[in-house]
Design a protein around this ligand. Structure first.
Ligand SMILES: NC(=O)c1ccc[n+]([C@@H]2O[C@H](COP(=O)([O-])OP(=O)(O)OC[C@H]3O[C@@H](n4cnc5c(N)ncnc54)[C@H](OP(=O)(O)O)[C@@H]3O)[C@@H](O)[C@H]2O)c1
Length: 309
């Protein structure tokens, strides 16, 4: 099998293609011949060695879709030949993935759309669920054109939000986001972020976090689900009776499995009814993973960047 690895932390240039024997799936794992592999900001950051470092040599990855070629011990519900998508897995033509959050791809859907829709859609829905949005509340989404963000814009509208504001690094992304239903599009560096909102879904964090908190109405809620970190004065929360709630999709899936399964059905139902677009910014050969990481680092993607083995 062929897979990408990195022997030093750094930019796209540290990614190397290597040939290794196919692994056997371990307990609870599926071995999948991949057809599409999602590229994500957390993975780009992991290659850079940001945050909690994975040991070297590192194996980038995060979400895949393809066909099951072997089933590990203790796995139920999957068989060789099944078409699945799953969080986890490597940038590889063959990869093990945990079966616990793997799911079947509908017969009439492709692997690329599965990889653009499912994991990112789950993150967006878990963030919306955590925010408990009431009908008509206004929502601002940072990183709104990202794989997660562009689905969150559409799902916020579908879930009854009033004004949806898409915040991005560059207004080049405005037409894309308006097409998806955003009422306003603002760039981070604009002097004002406009009228305050009831909820922020923060996919960026870092230096933007204090501005995102400032953009909230009194009593507003910010859902923090990004890999950018950041800090804010507790007094700023006190003064406006504002809250920040952290959220990871992995924990949401573990602790609210029933909701997670419901979200899963909802994502495919909306997508197949043409009400939820999973935009694909680029499809790039696995061997050119560096090009894919370069797109994310340049912050130019509008929707999901996908690798093809
Ligand atoms: N909590 C969870 O369980 C969970 C799971 C998956 C992903 N996430 C988070 O969701 C967010 C979006 O992830 P994604 O994979 O959907 O993103 P993506 O498709 O890879 O899109 C990347 C976009 O993020 C924005 N961005 C903000 N800061 C950046 C930086 N320092 N470097 C590069 N891009 C940056 C850029 O758009 P702008 O310049 O327009 O901002 C860029 O175009 C990330 O923060 C990620 O950590 C959370």
């Amino acid at each position: 099998m062929r897979r990408m690895c990195f022997h030093a932390y750094g930019g796209p240039e540290v990614l190397r293609l290597e040939a290794v024997p196919d692994p056997d799936p371990g307990p609870g794992e599926l071995l999948v011949r991949t057809e599409a592999i999602g590229v994500t900001l957390p993975c780009v950051r992991a290659v850079r060695g940001e945050g909690q470092r994975q040991p070297l040599p590192g194996l980038p990855g995060g979400e895949i879709a393809g066909r099951v070629v072997a089933v590990g011990p203790l796995v139920t519900g999957f068989a060789v030949g099944d078409r699945v998508t799953a969080p986890g897995g490597w940038y590889a033509d063959t990869t093990p993935v945990p079966a616990v959050l793997a799911s079947h791809i509908p017969d009439d859907a492709g692997s690329v759309e599965a990889v653009a829709l499912v994991r990112s859609g789950h993150v967006a829905l878990a963030a919306l669920d955590t925010a408990s949005i009431s009908a008509g509340e206004s929502v601002l989404i940072t990183g709104a054109a990202s794989g997660v963000g562009h689905l969150a814009v559409q799902l916020a509208k579908i879930h009854g939000a009033g004004r949806v504001v898409a915040a991005v690094g560059s207004l080049d992304k405005a037409a894309f986001l308006r097409e998806l239903g955003a009422d306003d599009v603002i760039s981070y560096d604009s002097g004002t972020w406009g009228e305050p909102v009831d909820v922020v879904l923060d996919a960026v964090g870092g230096d933007l976090l204090p501005r995102a908190v400032a953009a909230l109405n009194p009593g507003g809620r910010l859902i923090f689900f990004n890999s950018g970190g950041g800090s804010v004065s507790a007094f700023d929360l006190l003064a406006g009776s504002k809250t920040i709630t952290g959220m990871t999709m992995a924990r949401f899936a573990r602790t609210q499995r029933h909701r997670y399964d419901e979200h899963h059905r909802q994502l495919w139902r909306l997508h197949q009814a043409g009400q939820l677009q999973a935009a694909v910014h680029a499809q790039i050969p696995l061997a050119d993973a560096a090009t894919a990481h370069g797109i994310i680092e340049a912050r130019t993607n509008q929707g999901k960047v996908v690798l093809r083995p």
